[in-house]
Design a protein around this ligand. Structure first.
Ligand SMILES: [Zn+2]
Length: 337
């Protein structure tokens, strides 16, 4: 056994720089592009912890081969394009402006949690919804993950859900790692109504009768502190708000912002102030653009995304589907951008 260990030790010391980066791989509708419906992103910590951020409409199935191992699924809010009330018919199906999608009655979030035997990290209200869908799929609901203020060992023994809310911290740690990946649920200024098609018949009828929507508590974002120091603010859908400065910047010290654009929260208008004055990260990744932002893999100069980038005073990268970017602990992209 000794020679094997010696060779392994040599290999590890020979690759210190590479081993200390976080890999970030967007999973969108069209490989090599940033398309209108793209949201899902996979993160891999140097210790091997792998997270999926919002399954969205970007997966062809819960075991979409582009996912690989997924230990933790992050869900920001209940809107169908994040929870996943539809799935992608096939990679590249439809256009970059509107990918071809088909209904996913269990939600793609529940599909991934079951297929990958993963830990779902979201608020208790939203976890309750997904747990119910999981029960419908396999006959028993999700257990609560082993937490109790200590790290949850991943991969988990059985698919499970967090028991935290806004401000709560979930730590996912692989067996051999000295530290875990710290995930904090943070505020988002957004609504959190469930897609009617995924509600029970009784609930759907009740909200229709009153012209109402059914909400699952607050919408959220995340701050994820990786073991190399990279601290990523995953905005979710949100309007501009003051906690971007007080909590995300001043408390967490986020050095990477993964910013959702789109029409409703107004970030095409406020995004420059959000990045330059409030969050002040080292780097930015743009996603959720709600337009075909690229063509042939290149930014479309007439796009709203291009107009916003002009106003951002930070290195800005596009969440190109299938392209893996590597970030160091200071929030700088060191490869793949
Ligand atoms: Zn939304």
């Amino acid at each position: 056994m000794k020679p094997v260990h010696a060779i392994l030790a040599l290999t590890l010391t020979a690759l210190p720089a590479l081993a200390q980066n976080v890999s970030i791989t967007p999973i969108g509708s069209h490989t090599g592009e940033l398309c209108a419906n793209d949201r899902a992103i996979v993160f891999e910590d140097p210790t091997g912890v792998r997270l999926l951020y919002d399954p969205a409409h970007n997966l062809i199935a819960g075991n979409d081969p582009r996912l690989g191992d997924i230990h933790v699924v992050l869900l920001t809010h209940m809107h169908g394009d994040h929870l996943g009330d539809r799935r992608l018919r096939a990679v590249g199906a439809g256009s970059c402006a509107s990918s071809e999608r088909v209904p996913a009655p269990n939600s793609m979030t529940a599909e991934v949690v079951v297929a990958k035997n993963a830990a779902l990290v979201t608020t208790r209200a939203m976890a309750g919804f997904v747990a119910n869908k999981v029960k419908g799929m396999r006959g028993r609901p999700l257990e609560v993950c082993p937490q109790r203020g200590a790290p949850t060992a991943v991969p988990v023994a059985a698919a499970c859900m967090s028991r935290i809310d806004l401000g709560g911290v979930f730590i996912a740690k692989t067996a051999d790692a000295a530290h875990g990946v710290e995930i904090t649920i943070v505020y988002a200024s957004h609504v959190n109504n469930a897609p009617p098609a995924l509600l029970s018949d009784a609930r759907r009828a009740a909200v229709e009768a009153d012209g109402a929507v059914f909400e699952y508590g607050p919408a959220t974002g995340f701050v994820v502190r990786f073991t190399n120091g990279l601290t990523a603010y995953l905005s979710g859908d949100t309007g501009i708000h003051s906690e971007m400065r007080t909590v995300v910047n001043e408390y967490h010290g986020a050095n990477l912002a993964v910013l959702n654009l789109g029409n409703n929260p107004g970030i095409y208008f406020s995004g420059a102030h959000v990045i330059n004055e409030l969050v002040q990260p080292t780097s930015v990744i743009l996603t959720h653009v709600n337009e075909p932002a690229t063509e042939g893999g290149k930014l479309r100069p007439q796009s709203r995304t291009a107009a916003l980038i002009e106003r951002l005073k930070r290195p800005t990268h596009l969440a190109i589907s299938g392209r893996t970017m590597a970030f160091d602990g200071q929030g700088q992209c060191v490869d793949g951008c």
